[in-house]
Write a protein that binds this ligand. Structure first.
Ligand code: PMP
Length: 365
């Protein structure tokens, strides 16, 4: 078929085929209007419905309490790193960051432009673990405590929600949103770039407790001002209408396919299959991440005995591509292989990957 690749990309990543087909069907004439949705005003009744429905389905899927606002903005995850600081740091001027990998490190660096940043544990030389919470040095005066729920590059995922003793908790869920049930009331803010589990790039979802609004720094641009965006119902200026439109369809697909409970089941099955394959390989495949924080979404691994062999990994990628398995190369900063298993990646896709891994080991192990 025209779209038969097995896509294990980390983001932008595989989206449900049914969604892409629906977008294709309506692309030229949205709801028989004779126009494409992307040609319509963001203040049209069509887009207004998409805007409101997106917020409703997020609220429904994640069971978001009524004292939280759901907003959508642009600027990507990296834009949100700055926005979080500019919207929340004003209260005390200092924030706590748990740095467990690439993206939380970047977020901490960005926030340091706007105030004081305290690392709650020393930065590890090599990511791959999460220090026990009893060792964290939390500042009771922090404006917020920040962590990245799932480190997309490093493959480190929090198996729990950190306890902050009343300090607002901020979580980057760019690569784990809508993959597990969550108690939203434990969070001050959750944000996520859409381009992994819930849509195309171009939109960031922010879920924020209402009492945290209303105190942005003077320097905060309006397009990053959560209070302003919330007041304007996320159409303060032209949003990426196409991104939001596709995202809403992906969210409807998640609902139709069993919601977060089923996404969570699937994620566990898919990732366990891959990690078990490594265990059974007797060291030919290895994962450098501590067992208690291995990501269900991004599985980094090395190919070759004794911690990996770059030549063998190159061959692994070449052979995988012959079978149309794409985007398996590890992030340029860490090397190796990385298989991303977002919601749209099926168990059958992972079974094919595992079959290939076993055959590759037979030939080269
Ligand atoms: N946070 C996480 C967890 C990510 O995986 C990424 C991107 N892969 C980002 C933030 C940055 O997102 P963006 O590229 O949209 O700025």
């Amino acid at each position: 078929s025209s779209q038969s690749a097995l896509n294990f990309g980390a983001g932008p990543a595989k989206l449900p085929r049914e969604v892409l087909e629906e977008v294709q069907r309506e692309f030229l004439s949205y709801q028989d209007s004779g126009m494409s949705l992307i040609e319509m005003s963001h203040r049209s009744k069509e887009y207004t419905k998409i805007n409101n429905d997106s917020q409703s389905i997020i609220r429904e899927l994640l069971n978001v309490p009524s004292n939280y606002k759901i907003i959508m903005m642009q600027g990507g995850g990296c834009g949100a790193f700055a926005a979080i600081a500019m919207n929340l740091l004003n209260r005390t001027g200092t924030a706590d960051y748990a740095v467990t990998g690439t993206w939380s490190a970047k977020a901490a660096k960005e926030a340091a432009k706007y105030g004081e940043v305290n690392l709650v544990f020393p930065k590890a030389n090599k990511p791959g673990s999460i220090p026990d919470q009893s060792t964290w040095k939390l500042n009771p005066n922090a404006s917020y405590v920040y962590y990245c729920d799932n480190e997309t590059v490093d493959g480190v995922e929090f198996p729990y929600i950190p306890e902050t003793n009343g300090v607002p908790l901020v979580s980057d869920m760019s690569s784990s949103i809508m993959t597990k049930k969550l108690d939203i009331s434990k969070f001050g803010v959750i944000f996520a770039g859409a381009q992994k589990n819930i849509g195309p790039s171009g939109v960031v979802v922010v879920i924020i407790r209402e009492d945290l609004l209303g105190n942005p720094m003077k320097c905060c641009p309006s397009v990053f001002d959560f209070t302003h965006i919330a007041k304007e119902n996320s159409v303060h200026n032209t949003p990426s209408t196409f991104s939001v439109y596709v995202m809403e369809k992906v969210l409807q697909w998640i609902k139709k396919n069993g919601g977060l409970e089923e996404m969570q089941n699937q994620a566990l099955q898919k990732s366990s299959l891959l990690y078990n394959t490594m265990v059974q390989s007797q060291g030919f495949y290895s994962c450098p991440i501590d067992e208690n924080c291995r990501s269900r979404m991004n599985v980094p691994f090395r190919v070759g005995f004794n911690g990996g062999d770059e030549k063998l990994e190159e061959l692994f990628l070449v052979e995988a591509e012959k079978l149309k398995m794409y985007q398996l190369k590890g992030h340029r900063s860490v090397g190796g292989i990385r298989a991303s298993l977002y919601n749209a990646v099926s168990l059958a896709d992972v079974q094919l990957l595992v079959k290939f891994m076993n055959e590759f080991q037979k030939q080269h192990g």
